[in-house]
Design a protein around this ligand. Structure first.
Ligand code: ZN
Ligand code: ZN
Length: 135
């Protein structure tokens, strides 16, 4: 997939962070993957192309992204934390057999009946079970 560094740069600035080359690279990496990578995975994929990148920088950048609501941690039991971009908001399905984390589209803005009168800003929905190829 093609990256768009100029647009990522503008997005990061709009979220109030200085768009350094390394931050933009990590943002683009998250933008172009559906793997929900861990910090180790991001580091080992990007490091060959960006030799100056350290694991600590990846870790600190991800924490900054989470703090600024650019990225979210994806809850997976017993393994290293996994991450995804916060937008567009979506639910996750985690397969217990193959470990794949699937993105599930959710319709935002339409509150379920039980939440009538509430104003929703964020929703996190996490499914667990078996994916079609593991059933
Ligand atoms: Zn599966
Ligand atoms: Zn996701």
């Amino acid at each position: 997939m093609k990256t768009n560094v100029a647009r990522s740069d503008a997005y990061l600035r709009q979220k109030g962070i200085k768009a350094s080359f390394q931050r933009v690279s990590i943002f683009d990496y998250l933008h172009n993957t559906t793997a929900h990578p861990s910090v180790s995975q991001i580091f080992s994929d990007l490091h060959p192309n960006i030799p100056s990148l350290s694991r600590a920088t990846v870790y600190n950048t991800i924490n900054l992204f989470v703090e600024k609501k650019i990225a979210i941690p994806v809850q997976v039991d017993g393994v290293e934390a996994r991450y995804d971009l916060a937008e567009p908001q979506h639910a996750h399905f985690h397969c217990a057999t193959c470990g794949t984390i699937y993105d599930i589209p959710v319709e935002m803005g339409h509150a379920p009946k039980s939440l009538e009168g509430f104003e929703i800003h964020e929703a996190q929905l996490h499914y667990k079970g078996l994916c079609p190829s593991c059933r």
